[in-house]
Ligand binder design. Structure first.
Ligand SMILES: Nc1nc2c(ncn2[C@@H]2O[C@H](COP(=O)(O)OP(=O)(O)OP(=O)(O)O)[C@@H](O)[C@H]2O)c(=O)[nH]1
Ligand SMILES: [Mg+2]
Length: 238
């Protein structure tokens, strides 16, 4: 079973499109959609719930806007699948790439990261400022983890990668946290083209940049003090 975890805040316009495209992309694979909504004023949670029974959807409702990282963690807790996928609701992450992420798992590969910064990947329609911020953020992250698109919010993993692992639910970049602290033998990057959101408002801003900087510092500290070994060694401790 594949659980696709999608955090939402005011995504009522796009969630039906996302669900429809996902359902088509998944083909015959057993899957569920886990929407984690933070009390969106636009009624995203109700819209998502009404997608059942056409789409195997589950909605986790949280009382207020508690942040993206904790939303994803709540989604992991509610998900029933052994394979977990995380993606945004705004169609920046193409649903058609999800099977490729999932199929990249296996054979010792327990984490697959959707990547804009490997051959075949890229961004379109993104303003220059966002492109520069993203590039710098990924270069900094790549100093600490073996993934070029270190801030990717689009990834698939086996549940075992995060089981018993304490993730720091700081800010926006839960993917970086999973890459830095998860237990896996191998990680691969799967190229995809990121598209800027067409509808709805961005939640990205200075606060997100600052919390990412803090997250980098914490991971660097834990590496230096030996609290964080390599993913492979973490895997062996099992
Ligand atoms: N549950 C929950 N979801 C959130 C929260 N903040 C953002 N999201 C969702 O997380 C995903 C990523 O947020 P975006 O606003 O697209 O962030 P971004 O991709 O960095 O920026 P833009 O695409 O430019 O808007 C989207 O599906 C949002 O609806 C939050 O506090 N709680
Ligand atoms: Mg987005």
């Amino acid at each position: 079973m594949i659980s696709v975890v999608v955090p939402t805040y005011n995504e009522a316009a796009t969630i039906p499109v996302l669900a429809d495209r996902l359902a088509k992309a998944m083909g015959g694979r057993p899957w569920e959609l886990v929407v984690v909504d933070d009390g969106s004023p636009d009624g995203t949670a109700d819209v998502a719930e009404r997608l059942a029974p056409e789409v195997p959807v589950r909605v986790v409702r949280r009382a207020g806007k508690l942040g993206l990282a904790t939303a994803v963690m709540a989604g992991f807790a509610a998900a029933t699948g052994e394979t977990l996928v995380v993606m945004d609701a705004d169609l920046s992450h193409p649903p058609e790439v999800v099977p490729r992420l999932v199929d990249a798992l296996g054979d010792g590969t327990e984490l697959a990261v959707g990547s804009r910064y490997v051959e075949g990947g890229g961004t379109v329609d993104w303003p220059l400022r966002r492109r520069v911020v993203s590039r710098v953020a990924c270069l900094m992250g790549n100093a600490l983890v073996p993934v070029r698109d270190a801030t990717s919010g689009f990834f698939a993993l086996r549940r075992s990668v995060i089981e018993g692992v304490r993730l720091d639910p700081i800010g926006f970049k839960i993917g970086f946290e999973v890459i830095a602290r998860g237990r896996y033998r191998r990680v691969v990057e799967v190229p995809y083209t990121f598209r800027d959101r067409e509808a709805g408002a961005s939640k990205f801003g200075t606060r997100e940049i600052l919390s990412y900087a803090l997250q980098l510092l914490k991971v660097a500290r834990d590496k230096v003090t030996g609290r964080l070994s390599s993913p492979r060694e973490r895997g062996r401790k099992e």
